[in-house]
Design a protein around this ligand. Structure first.
Ligand SMILES: *Cc1c(COP(=O)(O)O)cnc(C)c1O
Length: 429
């Protein structure tokens, strides 16, 4: 008897975002006619038929409860428990910002590797397995490397990871530990990415963010789906998300629109705000100047996971910000560090520099009056602070060094009580 390992598909192929040319659902990301990006096509009537709130809630406690919206056919996708991260009502933080309905979507605690990239890689490697790949690879600013290496290990796939050589130690060791082959390239991410396009052509590997990019990028939609479900099946009023290539930001928009399209939530406008680090802010600069193209930059910022100088989906991000009434703004490295401390000291969430960027942008938007205090506001925290310890090394003070006797403790206690509390207000960054 033939046992089916496939479920009825709701995705039907690929299509060029620019010229509309149709493609089979293979490993390809660029249109042969116009070089536009390829996107997954779905049969939304079929999704609507097979998807209800109740069926989603009966599904697994992971991002795969939304599998009818994802471009895979396997009945058993790669599920390491990724997704369904906490949506935290951030009241202490909200008071600092003068907001009333503030939520943190906390992917700093996503599994297996503590960033939102576990979502995109789960989809990419499920599809890679369906397409018969045994070797996978990626071009990464750090978190993607960790995710690809970990999930490839779970699948027993060979894995090659290409990173800029100057990444944080935590992200390099956090890739090597899984047995991946790590190529540390003397160059920035945009150079790494170009090299990887050539490697992909020559070696025929499944590059999660190159030839598998149409599938990979769809995984980010689950960050929209979860927020809508966790808010009680409604859309937020405004969101703030980080922008590197612009993929996550664009897919959040697509995810919320799809939930409306199939009737899972009522339609309502959402303002899409984007965050970049000033040292790598090509999309924010274009937004500011009213341009409709992106001028590539050379990155120089502590937010290394966002350091993409030539963002593939930048123009689509611009369009979304403009049509939803959002803003795309840049923040300094100092503001990023201050925001990381503020989040830790108000909400107990330790995020990496990318999360610091997103929160710093939120602080700035609130101060400028761009955020309605009563609106339901969701801040996307996408990565974990333990991976970017270098950034905060000299900005959090020192522990008291004491000897193991009460007198020594009491002397330090007296000093501790006279010092300002080590918090975001009193500690210069
Ligand atoms: C990759 C990454 C992003 C954003 O990525 P996009 O390329 O814009 O999709 C945001 N935060 C963290 C922590 C990341 O690793």
């Amino acid at each position: 008897m033939l046992i089916s390992t496939e479920r009825p598909t709701t995705f039907t192929g690929l299509r060029c975002r620019e010229c509309g040319a149709d493609y089979e659902p293979i490993a390809q990301h660029v249109c042969e006619y116009c070089f536009g990006p390829l996107e997954v096509k779905y049969d939304y009537r079929a999704i609507q038929r097979e998807t209800t709130r109740a069926r989603i809630q009966q599904g697994p406690w992971s991002m795969w409860r939304y599998s009818s919206f994802l471009p895979v056919t396997s009945a058993e996708p790669v599920d390491l428990g990724t997704g369904m991260t906490p949506l935290v009502k951030a009241d202490r933080l909200a008071r600092h910002l003068g907001l009333k309905n503030l939520y943190i979507k906390n992917d700093a605690v996503n599994v297996p590797t503590l960033s939102f990239k576990d979502r995109v890689v789960s989809v990419a490697l499920t599809r890679a397995r369906e397409l018969g790949y045994t070797t996978v690879a990626c071009a990464s600013t750090g978190n993607l490397a960790n995710s690809t290496a970990a999930i490839a290990a779970k699948l027993g796939m060979e894995c090659y990871v290409f990173i800029p050589a100057d990444l944080e130690v935590g992200k390099i060791l956090g890739t090597l530990i899984y047995g991946a082959h790590v190529m540390a390239v003397e160059g920035n991410y945009d150079q790494v990415n170009r090299l990887c396009s050539e490697v992909a052509d020559r070696h025929g590997w499944g590059f999660v963010n190159i030839n598998l990019r149409p599938y990979y990028s769809e995984g980010s939609k689950t960050l929209a789906f979860e927020v809508a479900e966790q808010l009680g099946w409604r859309l937020p009023d405004q969101i703030i998300a980080p922008i590197a290539s612009g993929s996550l930001y664009g897919k959040l928009y697509k995810g919320f629109r799809e939930f409306v399209e199939v009737g899972l939530v009522a339609d309502a406008p959402i303002k899409f705000n984007g965050a970049q680090a000033l040292g790598c802010s090509p999309v924010a600069q274009a937004f500011d100047s009213g341009a409709d193209h992106i001028k590539p930059v050379k990155p120089d910022t502590i937010a290394k996971s966002l350091a993409i100088g030539n963002p593939a989906d930048g123009i689509y991000a611009l369009d979304i910000a403009r049509k939803t009434g959002g803003q795309i703004i840049a923040v300094t490295d100092q503001e990023i560090l201050a925001a990381m401390k503020l989040l830790a000291q108000t909400e107990g969430i330790f995020t990496e520099t990318a999360g610091g960027t997103t929160l710093a942008a939120t602080i700035k938007l609130a101060a400028l009056g761009h955020l309605d205090p009563d609106d339901v506001t969701v801040v996307y925290i996408t990565g974990n602070g333990l991976k970017t310890l270098e950034a905060i090394q000299n900005h959090c003070g020192q522990p008291f060094s004491i000897t193991p006797d009460l007198a020594s403790f009491e002397r330090s206690l007296a000093r501790a009580q006279t010092l300002d509390r080590l918090d975001w207000q009193s500690t210069p960054v």
